[in-house]
Design a binder for this molecule. Sequence first.
Ligand code: PNW
Length: 499
Amino acid sequence: MALGTDHLAALLPSDFTLGVATAAFQIEGAVAEDGRGPSGWDAFTHEPGRIAGGATADTACDHYHRMPLDVRLLAELGVDSYRFSLSWPRIQPGGKGPVNQRGIDFYDRLLDELLARGISPMCTLYHWDTPLPLERVGGWLNRDTAYRLADFAAIAADRFGDRVDRWVTINEPTTVTLNGYGLGVHAPGQAGLFDALPAAHHLILAHGLSLSALRAGGISGEAGITNVYSPVVGAKHGLAHDVLVELFDVLHNRMFSDPVLLGRYPSFNPVLKSFLQYLREIPDEDLAVMSQPLDFYGLNYYFPTRIGLGPGPSTGPDAVPDGLPEPLRQQGADLPFHLAGWPGYARTEFGWPVAPDYLPVALANMAERYPDLPPVYITEGGASFKDVVVPDALTNEPSVADVRRVDYLARHLEAALTATAPNGPAAGIDLRGYYVWTLMDNFEWAAGYSQRFGLVYVDFATQQRIRKSSFHWLKDLAALRRRDSGARTAAARAHTVSA
Ligand code: PNW
């Protein structure tokens, strides 16, 4: 069932990184074990009505106890790299002050397991699990949190800096700002779209300060940031749509990438400027910290955004995508725009459009806006679908034929590779790798366990792991790529010998 793996393997440069990604809070569980403190997300998940099905991440995939088995799955998959995140409250429960050695020990064991199997570690410092004591004093609305993350970065550099090949400072400042502080659908659950802007600034400042701290700590690997990017289009033509498209593009994309890559905030349309009073008071020194050169830029691409004028229809082809959490639908009623549907596009279980044709648009936009863009890794891409476990026809073992996920991944990987090839629309981008979100089904934030993104199916009642077809697909691709690049190396050697 190798859906185009031969074709894809032939497109893959021999040094291209194939990886899978996870995040600590979504998989680890063991939230009160071995000295871990609570995070803002622990508190949020225990508030009634916040998470689909009232789910918590108290156990999640129980990865904290099953880590060696999960690394064995990674090794079987044959991927080059594993992107994971450090749980800040496991390592520094107070968000400042003493280090919890048992937390350090867990990641020491993880790194050793990965390196023993030849899997290159990519480590995210911050994937949303702010220690609760810091959340209680304002979280990312408080500038001090940026300095606390930098201190944590120094600890990470000191303890793990000799074994991590790539560091991601912060995962998706956009999502933390908009979902956490703007719409309140993520922790800490505060609402106020334009009041959230200081959080954006402090997150990007924290990125810059952490980058400095990692480098000052003598890390042997590279360092960068990961941002989500969604190309924005108007549902219709016309001035009003153009203005709203720009508003959304600024708030979702450029607000977070311009300061890092250009050293300034976007120059706003005068209509928007009045919303953004706060940004006029930013000291130049902050922008210098935020825009230090990166070794690589991490891009998460899931889907494009289509903006409609006014509060949106709730049914019909132009309805807000199904996957949108209820608070966002409600919030939508107060906004001058809505997120429109994508007629003609298939949707994931989340309601997100399956749009591989917009990944080249995202990459081309990036190349155009940021001429000095460093090498790029797509640090996440993936899709949730309703997965069904059935006995395999031959072996009778439980199996999951997630053909739509295989199709999603194959088409997005192909789109990324062809877009960045010498004659592609994003030829200016030095694309180094693609990480599938995610290794195994896990705690999908506000959606709880209702959305499965994994290559591996997790039965949360028993913690049984079942390899899906997408797992076998990626495994085939990685194996084919190794064979092909082995053949290419042999051919090159033969050529050198005969010359
Ligand atoms: C990412 N969007 O979040 C996160 O990094 C993961 O932790 C998460 O599990 C995964 O995507 C799937 O949701 C996103 O609106 C949040 O474009 C929002 C968007 C995309 C990704």
